[in-house]
Design a protein around this ligand. Structure first.
Ligand SMILES: C[S@@+](CC[C@H](N)C(=O)[O-])C[C@H]1O[C@@H](n2cnc3c(N)ncnc32)[C@H](O)[C@@H]1O
Length: 347
């Protein structure tokens, strides 16, 4: 399989990307696809033994800024595309143009020498996950509620889109703010989606009330990649994220807010906008897969829709009203989930 770039334009906690890196997202996330990673990989023919050469993540919220810091993101989509092309050139000689349409940021030419390559790769930022984990570990003796209140009051301005900004490519953010945001929980509700926080004195100290154990979170963060994966992160609307014109060989996985369900605090995207984005990526040569609670092949003729409700691994979503889970793709799925035949023949 050729080197490929994975784009998650509605990344949340990027469960699919982390699964392809062989690890898990640092915290839970509303709408996370953690339980569906296995089937998503099968549909797309992906494996953690052949991870993407680079990732591009976008989201409207502070989550993507935290991910940028943890993964050592730097630069924009063109940089990432350039790095991929560089490594293809350096390690497995291929003809220039194999990864078509890539724009080499360094000098705009595709004949880059080894010394230019090492100069370029040398300034790739390292992931800050170990530093974030060390900070969380340092809080181990602090009283949880006081800590939670203090961190929440301090906020995390470096992780939020500056007022009036139409979006930005992210570099590493403040390590302290990333640690604080992760521990406070990322969702305003530090106690998980299914438990409402109760800020009453009686509730303090109750087990169900506790934020994620600090040690647990520090350990989870410490398992994130310490080698630089190639990552670019866009904070802003997916519709505004600029990618190279040609996306041949790229895989785009769209997991937008599901139409008609609880919205996300920092952004939304209409069904029409999602479909327009999917058609545009398709036109530019990318493989496109969209998750939704309904099939979308009526609006995307010739695409393939696969129902994956039964493929979820792990806990069922007891708190969700959502009944179905579909993936609609512009390529034939590589492996389709098996369907259990009825014991007594067709009904
Ligand atoms: C279903 S969640 C994605 C979950 C993700 N696949 C995971 O496994 O964690 C949808 C995400 O889209 C983000 N979002 C909403 N509108 C957006 C937009 N216009 N552009 C980019 N992201 C958006 C939300 O903030 C939310 O994190």
């Amino acid at each position: 399989m050729k080197p490929y770039i994975l784009v998650e334009p509605f990344c949340g906690m990027a469960a699919l990307s982390f699964a392809l890196m062989g690890c898990q997202p640092p915290i839970s996330w509303m709408g996370s696809k953690r339980g569906y990673c296995r089937v998503l990989m099968e549909l797309l023919g992906l494996s953690r033994h052949h991870p993407p050469a680079a990732f591009i993540w976008s989201d409207t919220g502070p989550n993507v800024a935290a991910l940028a810091c943890l993964s050592g993101a730097r630069g924009d989509a063109r940089d990432v595309a350039g790095w991929v092309w560089h490594s293809a050139q350096a390690y497995s000689p291929v003809k220039a143009g194999t990864l078509q349409g890539l724009y080499i940021r360094t000098n705009n030419k595709q004949n880059i020498s080894t010394s230019q390559l090492s100069a370029n790769v040398a300034d790739i930022t390292l992931p800050r996950a170990p530093e974030v984990a060390a900070i969380i570990r340092g809080w181990k003796d602090e009283e949880p509620r006081a800590l939670w209140t203090r961190l929440k009051a301090a906020g995390w301005p470096s992780l939020l889109l500056p007022e009036g900004s139409g979006g930005r490519w992210l570099g590493p953010q403040s390590v302290e703010e990333v640690a604080a945001w992760l521990w406070v929980g990322g969702h305003e509700n530090p106690f998980g989606n299914d438990v409402k926080p109760q800020f009453t004195p009686e509730a303090v100290g109750r087990a169900t009330w506790a934020p994620p154990p600090k040690e647990w979170l520090a350990d989870r963060v410490a398992t994130l990649p310490t080698k630089p994966p190639m990552v670019a992160c866009w904070q802003g609307r997916a519709e505004d994220m600029r990618l190279p014109e040609r996306l041949d060989g790229w895989i785009t996985y769209l997991d937008p807010p599901y139409s008609g369900t609880t919205g996300y605090k920092h952004g939304g995207c209409t069904r029409d906008a999602v479909l327009a984005l999917a058609r545009d990526y398709d036109r530019r040569g990318a493989t496109v897969a969209i998750s939704e609670a309904v099939r979308l092949d009526d609006a995307l003729p010739g695409w393939h829709a696969v129902q994956i409700d039964g493929e979820r691994v792990g806990q069922k979503r007891t708190f969700s009203k959502q009944q179905h889970e579909w993936v609609t793709m512009n390529r034939k799925p590589v492996v389709v989930p098996g369907v259990q035949a009825s014991l007594f023949g067709a009904r």
